[in-house]
Structures are given as structure tokens and as C-alpha cells.
Ligand binder design. Structure first.
Ligand SMILES: C[S@@+](CC[C@H](N)C(=O)[O-])C[C@H]1O[C@@H](n2cnc3c(N)ncnc32)[C@H](O)[C@@H]1O
Length: 230
């Protein structure tokens, strides 16, 4: 399966699940930019592909600033060569599990003004953080560092509503890998949005968050939601 956003299909001929997530990213980023948000902090950004955050945002707000963060040094080294050196697109190696260090990073502070609303993007990353690392505290710290009107957008793997056996086999593989995967229930994912006013349609399968007519994979393995800080 190809995790990119090209028109590839998986072995069943369906749109790939990763494509649903990238399409969700594009919709939420466009929505936030249309609400007037001009600063984006994309944590767990992954490798640049088509329809990156800065490209989607700048189609709406050419002056927007975007900070990409990933903890993987290979992803960061590769992304650094592909992203524009325009002074408004910054890439940092940093860890969601250490939000204090991240928020104190001089490059982040030079790019993002925390006294203005920020859209924090946690797309397909929280399920790599086990409960033992307290992802809820990290998300709360990011929330508390931002002003009302800021946005949190997240997507998160779930096994809710899926047949047990194949998905359990899938997560067993991830458990043995260097990036263990932690699917969570809807209630568990909803807790990450505490302190935010959920925008319609709430926390739903990513394909159901304001679909715009783009083709989607038939099976949705992820919840997606967007909240505005009260
Ligand atoms: C599945 S990719 C998601 C990429 C992109 N956000 C998207 O939705 O298409 C997950 C990314 O999160 C990064 N990641 C995992 N744990 C992280 C952590 N604790 N801090 C920062 N990045 C992390 C991985 O290196 C990977 O690039």
C-alpha cells in the first residue's frame, strides 16, 4: 500500500486509508486558514508529499507561517531538502512527548507568535505515543500554551467498529516494531480535545469530516476532529 496521496489503490482496489488521512489534513487546514488562522504547528509531520500544510494554507493565506516538527531524524533530513527556504516554513526535529522543549525552541518562537491563534496539527501521530508517555499531558501543555481561538486538529487510529482478527494482527506487527501503534477508542481520543469546542461534525471517522467529494477509502480506521480553544 502506498501511503502517499497519489491516485494509488491498496490490494483490494480501495482508496488507501493513509489517503483518507491526508485528505482530512487538507480539509482541516483549509478550514482553519479560512477561519483566519495564520500560524500552523504540524507535529509528527512526516515526509513532504503533495498537498503539504504550507501549500494548502498559502492557497488561502499567502502570509501564513508553518512549523513542521518530527522526531525522526531521517524524515527531518529528507524534508529539509524538499521544503521551501522562504523564512515562513520551518522544520524542527522535536518530540511531541516533550512539548516544553518544543515550545521553547528558538526557531519555533521566531516563527510562531504564541500570543496569536495557532492551529496545532496532530495528525496520525498520537497513536504512536503510548499511555505510559502520557500523551494527554503533552496535548494539554500545547493547549495551555496557545490563546483562545487557537485550533487543535487531530486524527487517530481506532479499532472501533472493525473486525477483530485482521486489525489485531496488524497492531501486533506494530507492537513488535520500533514504532508501536496504540489504537484508541472514541472516548479515549475525545479526551485529547478537552478544553476545545468541537466544530461540526465533531469527532467522526476522518472520511466523514466535511467530505468535499474527493474519493475516499471504503474503510475508515481513524477518528478525526477539530476543536477551537475556548
Ligand atoms: C503516520 S506519519 C503521519 C504524517 C502526517 N502527520 C500525516 O498525517 O500524513 C507519523 C509521523 O509521526 C512521527 N512521530 C511519531 N512519534 C512522534 C513523536 N513522539 N514526536 C514527533 N513526531 C513523531 C513519525 O516520525 C512520522 O513521521
Amino acid at each position: 500500500m502506498d501511503g502517499g496521496i497519489g491516485r494509488t489503490t491498496d490490494t483490494t482496489g480501495q482508496w488507501c486509508v493513509a489517503q483518507n488521512n491526508r485528505a482530512f489534513l487538507r480539509r482541516v487546514v483549509r478550514w482553519a486558514a479560512e477561519q483566519g488562522v495564520r500560524q500552523f504547528l504540524d507535529i509528527g509531520a512526516g515526509l513532504p508529499t503533495q498537498g503539504n500544510v504550507h501549500e494548502v494554507v498559502r492557497a488561502v493565506r499567502p502570509d501564513a507561517r508553518v512549523v513542521y516538527v518530527d522526531h525522526d531524524e531521517v524524515a527531518v533530513a529528507y524534508a529539509r531538502r524538499l521544503l521551501p527556504a522562504d523564512g515562513r516554513t520551518v522544520l524542527l526535529q522535536g518530540d511531541l512527548r516533550r512539548p516544553g522543549e518544543l515550545l521553547a525552541d528558538p526557531a519555533l518562537r521566531a516563527t510562531i507568535d504564541l500570543s496569536e491563534p495557532v492551529a496545532v496539527l496532530l495528525l496520525a501521530v498520537l497513536h504512536f505515543v503510548p499511555d505510559a508517555d502520557d500523551p494527554g499531558a503533552a496535548v494539554a501543555k500545547l493547549r495551555d500554551a496557545t490563546v483562545p481561538g487557537s485550533v487543535l486538529a487531530l486524527s487517530h487510529l481506532t479499532l472501533d467498529g472493525l473486525p477483530t482478527l485482521p486489525t489485531e494482527q496488524g497492531t501486533a506487527i506494530y507492537r513488535r516494531s520500533s514504532s508501536p501503534l496504540v489504537p484508541r477508542t472514541r472516548a479515549e481520543v475525545a479526551r485529547f480535545l478537552d478544553g476545545y469546542e468541537l466544530v461540526e461534525p465533531g469527532l467522526v471517522k476522518v472520511a466523514d469530516w466535511r467530505p468535499d467529494g474527493e474519493p475516499q477509502a471504503a474503510v475508515s480506521h481513524g477518528y478525526g476532529g477539530v476543536g477551537v480553544r475556548r
